[in-house]
Ligand binder design. Structure first.
Ligand code: AMP
Length: 550
């Protein structure tokens, strides 16, 4: 068995590892650290929860041990798609580099340029940034990237989702050709493969088997929901959510509730609070300190329900989440996998329950096709007039059935539901729900038309760029690039499309012969798997903060 001491890491790094309590390297660490220390490019196909952050931070700290940073010329660069992920990487650096003199700066939106400039001016060894903020600093002439020796791209598939690929290409071009590149992505979409073929040189490829997409340790279910009337549907859906939560009883210690739209995140959180539940919202419109506070509260247990958008919660290392509730079926099937992956981490059990309204049925079919299984239908406690506590336990539902390809399908999932919601629900809507229904926004009119693509100042206008097929364009579905909003460039401001705050995704897919990622994200994957499969060791679930006592 490989030990950390076998990996040629700097003794100071080894000492820090001992402090964290890690005993053996995870497969991605054992696979990526040796080639990284040899100066080779690394292509790591792994997702959060596998220990991938340490697989690049540990060799970086070792390699940067020699030499000193010069003013405004960082020696290494880590790019992460969201502020939270960048902050998580920075925390990792703090822990692993604590016995070294290496300096770092975190360039993310929501914090002042001035303080960040001051740090960069002094000279930093490690710069951790979101792509938008990094380019802003560069364009303001505050940053020189010609001394970057190591560049890390973390969560590249997420970058693709968020439309950051042009920024990443640009940043690659701003750094020296001779740099070492460590590149991580959970999946190898064709566009990601193109980038790696272009910018990585003979990389060592390490693939950690994807945590079971819908692992056996995660009990799943979907409740088919149909409102009694469109003016009441929103409130009834929230009532259904509360009943589903109540039905889980004490087994639900905490939960992340995902909504597709930011406005729903706020409304659902408010509604849960109104009904005496300890819930807080998190999405890209909230300022950074608020988001950090909320996440800390959820981590330390002082907040029980985190109502979240995909962008705000994806990829975060939040251990021990017992439940995930999908208030909506995600419009991108792969988000389902990421959402439910917030629970049942590292061999723990978890429960994922989803609500599916009639208009979400196409999305549900996409999800089922992606996970190659039917998601068991649960009784609708409202439709069946069942008191919350007697809602069918999730174990009791039908076993997963095989999903046929759509063309062969003759009946939609709604027809397949054993207990479709019945009109009788009207009589059972309690008074306060009806009240809520009146107050509820009527903004549930998702248009099936794709949103027009915004053009960016750093790339030519292309008429053939298009959002991913099947994109729903609910008026306020979260724009998955919070940092961009804060970029001072006037051109950026034009990305704000008059209250329509969704940023189309996969902008880089459209014209490259790709079909968008769709459900096929396996392109370019290597056969050679260094993996944990479904048997992820328990320690992986432990949060960094827990271990370091930070
Ligand atoms: P990551 O995939 O980088 O988000 O890491 C997932 C979790 O695993 C984090 O909480 C890390 O602190 C933890 N971790 C990383 N490497 C190890 C290791 N070798 N042994 C135990 N825990 C680890």
């Amino acid at each position: 068995m490989i030990k950390f001491s076998d990996l040629n890491l700097d003794p100071k790094v080894l000492k820090a590892i001992i402090d964290t309590g890690y005993e053996i390297p995870t497969p991605i660490q054992a696979g990526a650290i040796p080639p990284a220390l040899e100066g080779r490019d690394v292509l790591g196909i792994a997702q959060t929860g596998t220990g991938k952050t340490a697989s690049f931070t540990l060799p970086m700290i070792t390699l940067l041990g020699r030499g000193r940073a010069r003013a405004r010329m960082p020696r290494s660069l880590v790019l992460a798609p969201t502020r939270e992920l960048a902050a998580q990487v920075a925390e990792n650096f703090n822990a692993y580099a604590k016995y070294t003199k290496l300096t770092k700066a975190l360039l993310i939106g929501g914090t002042s340029f001035k303080e960040q400039d001051q740090l960069i001016d002094k000279g930093v060894d490690v710069l951790i940034a979101t792509p938008g903020r990094l380019i802003d600093h560069f364009e303001r002439g505050k940053l020189i990237l010609s001394d970057v020796k190591i560049m890390v791209v973390d969560e590249a598939d997420r970058m693709l989702d968020m439309g950051f690929i042009p920024d990443i290409e640009r940043i690659f071009q701003m750094t020296p050709f001779t740099r070492q590149t460590l590149f991580f992505s959970a999946t190898m979409a064709p566009e990601i493969e193109r980038i790696t073929n272009t910018f990585l040189s003979n990389p060592a490829k390490i693939e950690v088997a994807r945590a079971a997409t819908t692992g056996e340790n995660i009990k799943q279910g979907v409740v088919m929901f149909q409102g009694t009337h469109k003016t009441k549907a929103d409130a009834e859906k929230r009532e259904l959510l509360r009943r589903l939560i109540a039905a889980e009883g004490d087994a639900c210690s905490n939960a992340i509730i995902f909504c597709n739209r930011k406005s729903d995140v706020d409304v659902v959180a408010k509604s849960l609070k109104k009904h005496g539940m300890n819930a807080e919202p998190i999405h890209g419109d909230l300022d950074q300190s608020h988001r950090t506070r909320t996440l800390d509260g959820f981590r330390d247990g002082s907040i029980r329900f985190l109502v979240a958008s995909d962008v705000a919660a994806r990829g975060l290392d939040i251990p021990a989440v017992t439940h995930v509730f999908n208030f909506d079926v995600p419009s991108h099937a792969e988000d389902y996998v990421h959402r439910i992956g917030r629970t049942g981490r590292a061999g723990r059990t978890g429960t994922a329950i989803m609500i599916c309204a009639p208009r979400d049925e196409k999305n549900l079919a996409d999800v089922e096709r992606l996970v190659q299984n039917a998601i068991p239908r649960l009784d609708n406690p409202m439709g069946a007039a069942t008191p919350p506590t007697t809602t069918a336990p999730i174990d009791d539902v039908d076993a997963p059935r095989e999903v046929k390809p759509r063309r062969q399908r003759t009946r939609g999932p709604r027809n397949a539901a054993p207990t479709p919601v019945v009109e009788a629900t009207v009589a059972e809507v309690p008074a306060e729900v009806a009240e809520e229904a009146e107050a509820a926004p009527v903004a549930e009119t998702a248009s099936p038309e794709p949103v027009a693509q915004p053009q960016r100042e750093d790339r030519p206008a292309r008429s053939d760029r298009r959002p991913r097929g099947g994109e729903r364009t609910g008026g306020d579905r979260e724009r998955p690039a919070p940092d961009r909003n804060e970029r001072p460039s006037p051109d950026r401001a034009s990305n704000d499309r008059g209250g329509r705050d969704q940023e189309p995704r996969d902008r880089a897919d459209g014209d490259r012969g790709g079909r968008g990622r769709g459900n096929d994200r396996s392109g370019g994957r290597q056969d050679n798997v260094v993996g944990m499969g479904d048997d992820t060791p328990e320690f992986i679930a432990k949060s960094f903060a827990e271990r370091s006592g930070a």
